[in-house]
Design a protein. Structure first.
Length: 118
């Protein structure tokens, strides 16, 4: 699989930083992308998705994302992955960061080493 970076946001576009960003506007689109392309090298999440995905938040996305990682980790291989939270919601950032911390051990057991960046 070719490497890519996942960017979930309802209104913003990915930064022009050189990564091969793939934009998702909904949690469902993120799931489809993960099924199609596998684990990204980098993922960045917004919390508030109300304009394009009413009823879902970045917390839901991060939860689904972590479930996917744990269920689809390459056997006998370790993967390093940076996760960023680019939300303007301090409440949302706190919730998503807590979820990443809570599920860190499960990811590590599956061979996924998460790095939390900005």
């Amino acid at each position: 699989m070719d490497s890519y970076a996942l960017y979930l946001d309802d209104i913003r576009h990915p930064p022009r930083t050189g990564e091969a960003w793939v934009l998702c506007r909904t949690v469902a689109a993120m799931r489809e992308l993960l099924e199609e392309r596998g684990i990204p090298q980098l993922a960045s999440f917004d919390y508030e998705l109300g304009r394009t995905d009413p009823g879902n938040t970045g917390y839901d996305a991060v939860s689904d994302f972590l479930d996917f990682l744990i269920s689809n980790a390459p056997e006998g291989e370790e993967v390093e992955l940076e996760v960023r939270l680019h939300t303007s919601s301090s409440y949302g950032a706190t919730r998503m960061a807590a979820l990443l911390k809570e599920r860190y051990a499960a990811c590590l057991s599956a061979g996924i080493r998460l790095r939390h960046g900005q």
